[in-house]
Design a protein. Structure first.
Length: 765
């Protein structure tokens, strides 16, 4: 929401109140409360007829400081609220109230309130080398705004210094750096080509050593260097606003703390990294069609891991009744058994709606499981499906009712659910638990995905569960995987999809996928083949479309070769991806990440949005042209192409032309890359037959590589060191006997094989 008309004036009818001074401070038990009247108090009469801001500072965990701004505190506290799993522990907090400043310190972060003639709060980084102001809330920053229609907003504006770049705010498809943008945190089903987004997260990360999480599940309006170009502004329609400053100082440390506070991504099963193939959306298909696709992939030696049945596995107008359409699938248990005998996992499409024709509609209405209007009638409309109603996931009985139908499907052989939709949530309704409708609009997806994910975890256990979700909000990273939504089948949409995924990764989400080739319309062969390389070099990979099939032979013979090449490459990279995945579920560091996250000191990476790091060792620059022309940036050092062994030394920009079976895929210097022996499936014994490929190891190199096994029951740890010309590799096998493995110096032919039972190798390089 914009409140000003230029720098000095407010928009017509806007009444603004700003704290004028820190009139009084009240230290508490690990808290600091500041009373800030909206006018300087020089005599007792100044306290009359004068609003006041109550600003409470606290810390939910080390290195994170919360700020709660309150105008009137008498409102009714209504759910929902974001869960903050990391806020359980009591951090070591220091509070000091002096004559000039009052401070609250948590970890290396201090909130410093100045007690002079003007209002100012500095957020200060404390290090052994001194202190540095990260950002500040200064004059006319924090405030209360009353609009002409009477709505009351709480607003905060935090300073941006020259060169500060803002990232995150969910999956957004415009420029990766959010400076200059207006962002509304309000989930919408708007495709990937506009400012609307399916996954809105009120958290942003900066390259200046801190992030900001606005702890409000409803509509939050951000103006990032847009209304005032030197400030990041955010506001809510409420009497209170709470936000957290999350200290880094590095971008990775910011994400670690933020995901510790709001929840880490869950571990996903190894099989989910394989290739997913769907029926597509509105195509005609039956079991014969499905079988022809599966057999066609096998005949062409393309490894397939998951088959997905989209909407029309159920009968039209019945979504959702969770019943197979008997006209096209007369024997669902038998069909699923036959597919699983081929080694496939099964995913089926669902959404949170119950159409009027569904037999479940009457039951849901009678038992109060469907969202209602204030007059007690069931909320319905005709978008998507005729007479569609919405399951009320705030009702525990409704959640269990919904899960009971999914449980039937899992017992039939289904392994995962595509939890589509969750964005078109009305606000003119009444929720079972009394939730505020505006706050529930974004939060609904959290209850929806958690309901499904928790059921899957009952069956999958610690090995990992996986949904394929479209909508999300803060904390949604706990229920992976998320895909990018409905994109077009063009190179432009391929680029916007990548920007969306990288933006989501800077919002705490560890895994991400997208529809290879695009969803809407049908890609030409060039788009499909280029998107295939990008898709298989993403954390999760799915072939899916709207009105046309996405099997590669529907395009040309070369598309088959491209899909085979990159699918098998991904399977061989599973030992590496499993190690990278461990970073996601243990530390909150995403599998796919912008170069700015991995190389924050290299300012050339600040705005890079058409290339990314796959883990910390592989640089990927998807080719987004039919001609194969691509330009990308290489950071410092000598990088090696994983595909052809050529090298390029940075820092510099590179322009190249690639055939369809090639893509810039560079290995970072000083890397030990684990490559598996199998290329036909993602869930195999990664340690057996493993090759450690050594790239440009520096003298003095020391590293540790931990590779979880596919089942999550054990792990293999390698310690690698180089001294002069000698490289030593030591292995420790947990919960298993030593496997066959080897180490090789990339590009030289130097290979050392481990003897049976051996846990140490040396190579002379």
């Amino acid at each position: 929401m914009k409140f000003t008309d230029g720098y000095w004036e407010h928009r017509p009818g806007v009444q603004a109140l700003y704290p004028a001074e820190a009139y009084d401070v009240e230290p508490g038990d690990r808290t600091l409360t500041v009373y800030a009247p909206t006018r300087h108090i020089t005599r007792r009469g100044d306290t009359l007829n004068r609003p006041m801001a109550t600003v409470r500072f606290h810390s939910p965990m080390a290195g994170v400081i919360g700020v709660r701004i309150t105008h009137h505190a008498g409102g009714v506290d209504r759910p929902p609220h974001f869960e903050l799993p990391g806020a359980a522990a009591s951090p070591d907090v220091a509070v000091r109230a002096g004559d000039d400043v009052a401070e609250l310190t948590s970890g290396g972060l201090t909130a410093r309130v100045h007690r002079g003639d003007s209002w100012r709060v500095d957020f200060v980084e404390n290090t052994a080398g001194g202190e540095r102001v990260l950002t500040s809330s200064g004059g006319k920053g924090m405030g209360f705004m009353t609009m002409p229609d009477g709505t009351h907003h709480v607003v905060e504006k935090l300073d941006l210094n020259p060169g500060d770049a803002v990232y995150g705010l969910g999956e957004r498809f415009g420029p990766l750096v959010k400076n200059g943008q207006v962002v509304d945190i309000w989930n919408n089903d708007g495709g990937t080509a506009t400012e609307q987004a399916y996954k809105n997260v009120p958290f942003y990360l900066t390259n200046a050593g801190y992030g900001v999480f606005v702890n409000h599940p409803g509509h939050v309006s951000f103006e990032v260097a847009s209304e005032i170009v030197a400030r990041a502004q955010f506001s809510v329609v409420d009497q209170e606003l709470e936000y957290f400053i999350v200290h880094g100082p590095t971008p990775k440390e910011i994400l670690r703390r933020y995901t510790e506070l709001t929840g880490r991504p869950a571990r996903v099963p190894a099989w989910s990294y394989g290739l997913w193939l769907s029926t597509s959306f509105t195509t005609d298909y039956d079991e014969a069609t499905v079988t022809s696709f599966v057999e066609g992939m096998a005949e062409r030696d393309i490894p397939l891991s998951v088959f997905h049945f989209d909407c029309f596995w159920m009968r039209e107008f019945n979504w959702c009744d969770f019943e197979w359409d008997p006209r096209t699938f007369p024997d669902p248990p038998g069909m699923l058994k036959r597919l699983k005998e081929r080694g496939l996992r099964i995913c089926v499409w669902i959404n949170p709606y119950i159409a009027q024709r569904s037999p479940l509609f009457a039951e849901g209405k009678a038992k109060g499981y469907l969202v209602r209007r204030p007059d007690g009638s069931v909320w319905q409309w005709d978008m998507w499906q005729a007479g569609m109603a919405l399951v009320d996931f705030t009702n525990p009985e409704a959640r269990e009712w919904y899960r009971s139908h999914l449980r039937r499907l899992m017992e039939m052989g289904v392994d995962s659910f595509k939890t589509d939709f969750g964005e078109r949530v009305p606000t003119d309704v009444v929720w079972d638990d009394g939730s505020d409708p505006e706050r529930m609009h974004n939060y609904y997806t959290q209850l929806y995905n958690q309901t499904v994910f928790d059921l899957l975890r009952e069956y999958e256990g610690e090995g990992g569960a996986v949904v394929f979700a479209r909508s999300a909000t803060a904390g949604g990273q706990r229920f992976p995987v998320h895909w990018g939504g409905d994109c077009d089948s063009t190179f432009a949409s391929m680029a916007e999809s990548l920007r969306g995924g990288l933006s989501l990764s800077m919002s705490g989400f560890g895994y991400w996928s997208h529809d290879i080739g695009g969803f809407e319309n049908t890609p030409d062969a060039a788009v499909f083949k280029r998107w295939t390389a990008f898709g298989l070099l993403s954390s999760h990979s799915r072939l899916h479309g709207s009105s046309s099939y996405r099997v590669p032979w529907a395009f040309d013979d070369e598309a088959v070769d491209v899909l085979r090449l990159f699918t098998k490459l991904k399977m061989r990279l599973m030992p590496y991806l499993s190690a990278v995945s461990r970073e996601a579920y243990e530390d909150g560091i995403p599998v796919m990440r912008p170069l700015a996250l991995e190389f924050p000191a290299d300012r050339a990476t600040t705005h890079l949005e058409l290339q990314y790091m796959l883990g910390d060792r592989l640089l990927v620059a998807p080719v987004m042209s039919a001609s194969g022309e691509v330009s990308y940036y290489v950071p410092e050092g000598t990088w090696t192409s994983l595909l052809d062994g050529s090298t390029v030394t940075g820092p510099r920009w590179v322009s190249e032309t690639h055939g369809f079976e090639s893509v810039p895929l560079l290995v970072r210097p000083d890397t030990v890359l684990p490559v598996g022996a199998a290329d036909d499936r993602p869930d195999y014994d990664y340690a057996d037959g493993l090759t450690l490929q050594l790239y440009q190891l520096a003298d003095g190199h020391e590293s540790e590589l931990v590779i979880p096994d596919a089942e999550g029951e054990g792990r293999t740890t390698f310690a690698i060191s180089r001294a002069g010309a000698t490289v030593t590799v030591r292995a420790e096998f947990t919960d298993r006997s030593p496997a066959a493995w080897r180490a090789a110096v990339a590009g030289t032919g130097i290979v050392a094989e481990a003897d049976p039972g051996s846990t140490e190798l040396t190579l002379e390089v």
